[in-house]
Ligand binder design. Structure first.
Ligand code: CA
Length: 267
């Protein structure tokens, strides 16, 4: 099947990408934004520019960018906030993020990485350095540079906001979709409630509510109907895990022991 330049193939194979890599530059110093944009276009990327954080969020919501070059200090929403929102499911894609930061805010780089940036670059930087970092990030995990993510039976089309299990379309809320996307990009890992709250919910989420547990429960029920194998398992005391493939049983790496499937919402 071919749509939007993204070719999806049989189960288990990697999608191939016939489209150009899309980059969003978020930078309020327009000369710098322009210089980066011209350089990246010469490298063959499709480049858009946003001059403030609000514009960036608007663009991220509709376009599945592969890479974002994100200035830390912006008018309105700053880079940290843009990054957090992008990671909290407000981005159509799952972009790599390079934070651009001035030397006097170097301490912020750690906070930036904590907020979900993949890399940072201290201003002023040589364009060649940025281009090299971009190539490295985009190469690191080819599955992330496209719009379709897979883990075992689950496919998440980030561009079209559609998810399937074995070809069966899933009717998900925005939050369930963001949660499933996070599970798929971390398939096989045990994810704690705190990690899910940090990465899928925004900073207004109340850490003392059971919102994570409830949403995992509804997602789990939509993923598994009838006699289908459960895909999200509860690892008691540690969190939740999406099986990377159907043979990936719960006897792997769970020192805390596993609860029976479906036990999370069993109270
Ligand atoms: Ca700035």
């Amino acid at each position: 099947m071919l749509h939007d330049g993204v070719e999806t193939q049989g189960k288990g194979s990697q999608p191939r990408y016939g489209r150009r890599v899309r980059v969003l530059i978020v930078e309020d110093e327009l000369d710098l934004a322009d210089a980066i944009a011209r350089g990246l276009r010469r490298e063959g990327y499709a480049v858009d520019v946003a001059a403030d954080g609000t514009d960036a969020i608007d663009r991220l919501a509709v376009t599945p960018y592969d890479l974002v070059c994100l200035d830390l200090t912006l008018p309105g929403l700053d880079g940290t906030e843009v990054c957090r929102r992008a990671r909290a499911g407000q981005a159509a894609g799952d972009p790599r993020i390079i934070m651009l930061t001035a030397r006097d805010t170097l301490a912020d780089r750690v906070a930036g990485l904590d907020d979900g940036a993949d890399d940072y670059l201290v201003k002023p930087f040589a364009f060649a350095e940025l281009a090299a970092r971009a190539r490295s990030l985009l190469r690191r995990d080819p599955a992330r540079t496209g719009a379709v993510l897979r883990a075992g039976a689950v496919t998440v089309d980030t561009a079209r906001h559609r998810a399937e299990r074995d070809g069966r379309g899933l009717d998900l809320t925005a939050k369930e979709f963001a949660l499933l996307r996070y599970f798929v990009t971390h398939a096989g890992d045990v994810l704690s409630q705190e990690v899910l709250l940090d990465h899928v919910w925004d900073e207004h989420a109340d850490p003392f509510t059971n919102t994570v547990r409830v949403t995992v429960g509804t997602l789990r029920r939509k993923l598994t109907v009838g006699e289908e194998e459960p895909l999200i398992e509860t690892v008691v005391g540690r969190g939740y895990r999406l099986r990377a493939d159907p043979d990936d049983r719960d006897d792997r790496d769970d020192r805390g022991g596993s609860a029976p499937h479906g036990a999370a919402e069993g109270e």
